[in-house]
Design a binder for this molecule. Structure first.
Ligand SMILES: Cc1cc2nc3c(=O)[nH]c(=O)nc-3n(C[C@H](O)[C@H](O)[C@H](O)COP(=O)(O)OP(=O)(O)OC[C@H]3O[C@@H](n4cnc5c(N)ncnc54)[C@H](O)[C@@H]3O)c2cc1C
Length: 244
């Protein structure tokens, strides 16, 4: 397959949780990058003489000009992991995109339930400005982030800030391994899909987004379908691992 690639230059990188690396790139060819929040890019590189690519969701809204941000979760002995975690500011990588249809659509006012595990929450960070506009126009949203423990609460501050500004937005941190010593009302123990039971879901009016771990998505899809959700109200992006 022929990929239409363009160069990205690393501007900055920092650990935003003990494991996850947040990377900020600029297009090195000076062109603008147009995308819809929720889409992903591919990064391209060679391994043992063969072309390889890996996908990463864009973590910022297009309203933040001239930047393409991603959050990379390390995978042991992973090829992209080694590339991304070894980059220095000024280094360039090849990229292509945007791709994907995991975006907010032209829905009438509804409640969005946005569930993600780990870096699967990044598309929702990109959607925040558009979501906030919709919250002012009759929509509401529950955002569920599943991580191991409070230290791994990726972009939690960004979601809490929206929850503080808008009472139609609710943030739920779901910890699978350990809760805080002094849990806040937004913090619970368990998987994201277990949290659905507390949300009083309505298959006729809620729209559910699921992103990240394929097991979470399969389990959530099964329970949501059992509740009567039609496929049109279930949208998903599985972070399947690629074949090199
Ligand atoms: C649409 C899409 C969007 C994605 N967005 C993101 C994102 O925003 N951030 C992000 O960090 N990742 C994201 N991913 C996953 C990402 O593309 C890579 O698959 C992941 O980073 C591992 O790549 P790697 O080259 O480091 O590991 P690989 O070289 O592909 O894998 C090394 C070994 O680890 C295994 N492996 C791969 N992934 C996992 C895993 N998750 N858990 C356990 N074992 C694994 C492989 O089977 C292989 O044996 C996305 C995937 C898709 C399909």
């Amino acid at each position: 397959m022929h990929w239409n690639t363009f160069p990205l230059r690393l501007e900055a990188a920092r650990k935003v949780t003990p494991s996850i690396l947040h990377l900020e790139f600029a297009r090195a060819d000076g062109e603008t990058f147009e995308f819809t929040p929720g889409q992903f890019i591919n990064i391209h590189f060679e391994h043992e003489g063969h072309p390889v690519h890996r996908s990463y969701s864009v973590a910022n809204s297009p309203e933040v000009a001239d930047t393409i941000q991603i959050a990379a979760s390390p995978v042991q002995d992973g090829l992209a992991t080694r590339l991304l975690f070894g980059l220095k500011p000024g280094d360039e990588i090849a990229s292509s995109g945007p791709y994907g249809r995991f975006v907010l659509r032209d829905d009438p006012p509804c409640r969005y339930v946005l569930a993600g595990t780990g870096t699967g929450v990044t598309p929702y960070r990109a959607m925040l400005p558009e979501l906030e506009r919709r919250l002012d126009n009759g929509y509401s949203a529950d955002l569920l982030l599943g991580v191991w423990n409070p230290d791994e609460l990726l972009y939690g501050g960004d979601f809490l800030a929206v929850a503080e500004r808008c009472d139609r937005f609710h943030f739920h941190a779901c910890y699978s391994r350990a809760v805080s010593d002094d849990p806040q009302p937004f913090e619970t123990r368990g998987y994201v899909q277990s949290r659905f039971a507390a949300l009083d879901l309505d298959p006729q009016s809620d729209i559910i987004y699921l992103c990240g771990n394929p097991n979470m998505i399969d389990q959530a899809m099964a329970s949501l379908k059992a509740l009567g959700f039609p496929s049109a109200r279930l949208r998903r992006e599985k972070y399947l691992s690629a074949r090199s």
